[in-house]
Design a protein around this ligand. Structure first.
Ligand code: ATP
Length: 202
């Protein structure tokens, strides 16, 4: 049975680390953040619509969209934020679905989608199963401080601006504990996938 498995979690909970492991094991992992960047590149349909809507002043000299400028506009204007989302979100979904279809055409058994805001953006209809990468807040703060060079307060501010991982836990089909070392995490992923009848190489 072909399955689409959504990988989610919080900031610095370990989604990318798990995705890298799955890719090394020969799986297709479709990254929502990457798709979101690709659909607004020059030449894409969403790119043209964004310029129509927001004007050429949001372009940089090299004609790419100035994401910071656009971010500032939508940060203070809810209507514009919804408008931008109505352009970008369907394009992202379409792109991810095309990648998934291509993987299934290659006879792959399962496809993974790394979607940080899987539950918040109600994208669960895109996936058959959800895998939550979980860490305790203490570990999350430490890893975020180390990775991004944040102070503890900066790390905590970013964590608390998101839906609590404890809430996401209740929504997920399986929870992977990433508090320990990566080998321990990988073992849990393999076991969970085995339980779902998904075979991966390593
Ligand atoms: N089990 C682990 N043990 C030690 N360090 C880890 C572990 N898992 C992840 N890390 C480290 O923690 C940081 C966050 O992990 P990662 O980038 O995979 O998280 P993420 O969920 O993809 O983050 P974001 O959504 O913020 O980009 C990275 O620096 C990573 O190397």
């Amino acid at each position: 049975m072909r399955q689409v498995i959504g990988i989610t979690g919080g900031i610095a909970s370990g989604k990318s680390s798990i995705s890298a492991f799955l890719k090394e094991s020969g799986c297709t992992v479709i990254d929502a953040d990457i798709a979101a960047r690709e659909v607004v590149e020059p030449g894409q349909e969403a790119y043209a619509r964004i310029i129509e809507t927001f004007g050429e002043e949001i372009l940089q000299e090299d004609k790419t969209i100035d994401r910071a400028k656009l971010g500032n506009i939508i940060f203070t204007d809810k209507e514009k934020r919804l408008l931008l989302n109505s352009i970008v979100h369907p394009a992202v979904r379409k792109r991810m679905i095309a990648r998934k279809d291509a993987a299934f055409d290659r006879e792959e058994d399962a496809v993974f989608m790394d979607i940080p805001l899987l539950f918040e953006s109600k994208l669960t209809s895109m996936v058959d199963k959800t895998l939550l990468i979980y860490v305790d807040e203490r570990v999350q703060i430490e890893r975020l401080m180390r990775r991004n060079g944040y102070t503890e307060a900066e790390a905590l501010a970013r964590i608390t601006s998101q839906m609590p991982l404890s809430e996401k836990k209740a929504l997920a089909d399986a929870v992977i504990d990433n508090n320990g070392d990566l080998e321990h995490t990988k073992r849990q992923v393999k076991e969970t996938l085995l339980g779902w009848d998904v075979k991966i190489k390593s």
